[in-house]
Design a binder for this molecule. Structure first.
Ligand code: FAD
Ligand code: NAI
Length: 466
């Protein structure tokens, strides 16, 4: 029987696409090579990392701030296997949720590796080697991404780990070397520092979190340093010797120079991710890729081959679950003859550390580079009543608004719960709000969100509490 749509991969891009297609009446199936649905995000990405971030944050808080609030507990003790079990149960609940949703929406599932033999024809090879061919009018490639590797350094997922290994370490490493001060390095570096590791982050560039607003990144680095994380910027790891009891990493200036040796118990390689298209058969059907190996698509998520679409980490754009999900919905709608669309100007980006970092829209550097005149409104959490009473005053909200029209072009939050708060800014921007619109919107008191309103008022230098 032929399907209307077969989606290859069931990460947040793929499973959401399949469900939306089924809702629209398309006969839909998914192909997944792993034992569970949910892709990187649910199995080895967003969900397990957030479980460990949540648990380790409470562990640290119990040791530091409970006493100040009059809560007497003894020094907290770590039960790492129990924390890992807590994380695994969270993952299990989520992947089972996806299986339930696919079933509920009558999406068929093929377990095995999908290979596109021709437009409309996919061969699925199961783990036991058995193959079957699935026929379909349309294909969506949602095969995601894989860890980027460092030349000459082998990830064994025991002592030299990627994020996947860093989520299952059996004991707290005394010394953790993190290569790359991006999202993974800072999130998982925070987890292990809170649990007791001495963490050194080596970053190639002269700043952390490239792509994020520089002012935010610099302030965030200072806060992380206060927490005990150490940084070596403008540096690169060129080799790791794992022959002895301790790892010996050769670290040298980014531009080259005399290397120094840094010892560590575990090294986390977190230098980015690369599109994953292995075994998909793209060359056989001439699906074009760009110079970074990403499947090339047009504004309608269509590849150069009619009937083949692609979404998520395997195409260009930020490698974020919600970006993949929105593309999944858009692709399903386009295939069903509707007007699916993703607004790439309004995709929030969150780092789930403490404090959190969240942004949507343009950074100051991007606006300067584009020659766009803007006004800035900034409000610190030290002046927010709720943050003050909770003793969570690190950070600020910054709003960048067009100098001529006052339209909000970017919002950057460094602070507690920034990841939840950025949603307000995303909605405002999606509706084309001006900073004045936000400033004149009533915000509940006492909440952290008042800092967003005050930052909006600060654009016209009229914030009340500063
Ligand atoms: P994936 O989730 O990678 O899924 C692809 C699926 O396709 C996989 O299940 C794979 O097995 C399957 N597949 C591949 N090839 C085939 C084939 N030939 N046949 C059958 N199946 C195939 N993003 C956020 O937005 N927020 C976060 O907090 C966040 N945290 C992260 C933490 C970590 C440690 C990591 C590594 C990533 C994190 N991300 C986060 C990024 C997020 O996981 C990805 O952006 C997202 O998973 C991409 O979704 P996708 O559907 O494109 O691909
Ligand atoms: P990243 O792209 O965020 O950061 C990689 C960092 O490594 C950069 O700062 C880069 O300059 C640096 N780097 C590159 N080569 C280097 C080298 N040889 N030596 C030292 N530093 C080097 O990639 P990361 O952290 O691996 O994450 C991958 C993807 O996963 C990201 O694109 C992100 O979108 C996604 N992700 C999202 C999360 C979230 O939304 N909260 C959480 C975790 C991952």
């Amino acid at each position: 029987m032929a399907y209307d749509l077969v989606v290859i991969g069931t990460g947040p891009g793929g499973y959401v696409c399949a469900i939306r297609a089924a809702q629209l009446g398309l006969k839909t199936a998914v192909v997944e090579k792993d034992k569970t649905f949910g892709g990187t995000c649910l199995n080895v990405g967003c969900i397990p990392s957030k479980a460990l971030l949540h648990a380790s944050e409470l562990y640290e808080e119990a040791g530091h701030s409970f006493g100040k609030m009059g809560i007497k507990v003894g020094a907290p003790a770590l039960d790492l296997p129990a924390m890992m079990k807590f994380k695994d149960e969270g993952v299990d609940g989520n992947v089972k949720g996806v299986a339930f949703l696919l079933k509920k929406n009558k999406v068929d599932a093929f377990q095995g590796t999908g290979r596109i033999m021709a437009p409309g024809k996919i061969e699925v090879k199961a783990a036991d080697g058995k193959t079957e061919t699935v026929e379909t009018k349309n294909i969506v490639i949602a095969t995601g991404s894989d860890v980027a590797r460092l030349k000459g350094i082998t990830i064994d997922e025991k002592r030299i780990v990627s994020s996947t290994g860093a989520l299952v370490l059996p004991k707290v490493p005394a010394k953790l070397l993190v290569v790359g001060a991006g999202v993974i390095g800072l999130e998982l570096g925070s987890v292990w520092r809170r649990l007791g590791s001495q963490v050194l982050v080596v970053e190639f560039l002269d700043r952390i979190l490239p792509g994020m607003d520089l002012d935010v990144a610099r302030n965030f680095q200072r806060i992380l340093q206060k927490q005990g994380m150490t940084f070596k910027l403008s540096s690169k790891v060129t080799a790791i010797d794992s022959s002895g009891a301790a790892l010996k990493a050769s670290v040298e200036p980014a531009a080259g120079g005399t290397p120094e040796t840094i010892e560590a118990d575990v090294a986390l390689i977190a230098i980015g991710r690369v599109p994953y298209t292995e075994g998909l058969g793209l060359d056989g059907v001439d699906v074009k890729r760009d110079n970074r190996g990403r499947v090339a698509v047009d504004a309608h998520l269509a590849t150069n081959v009619p009937g083949i679409y692609a979404i998520g980490d395997v195409i260009a754009g930020p490698m974020l679950a919600h970006k993949g999900e929105d593309e999944g919905v858009a692709a399903a709608e386009i295939i069903a003859g509707r007007a699916g669309h993703v607004n790439y100007d309004v995709i929030p980006n969150v780092v789930y550390t403490y404090p959190e970092v969240a942004s949507v829209g343009k950074s100051e550097e991007e606006l300067k580079a584009a020659g766009i005149a803007y006004n800035t409104g900034k409000f610190p959490f030290t002046a927010n009543g709720r943050a003050k009473v909770n003793m969570q005053t690190d950070g600020f909200v910054k709003i960048l608004a067009d100098a001529k029209t006052d339209r909000v072009l970017g919002v950057h939050i460094l602070g507690p719960d920034a990841g939840n708060m950025i949603a307000e800014a995303a909605v405002a921007m999606e509706f084309g709000a001006s900073s004045e619109d936000i400033a004149r919107t009533c915000h509940a008191h006492p909440t952290l969100t008042e800092a967003i309103k005050e930052a909006a008022m600060a654009v016209e230098k009229r914030s009340i509490h500063m």
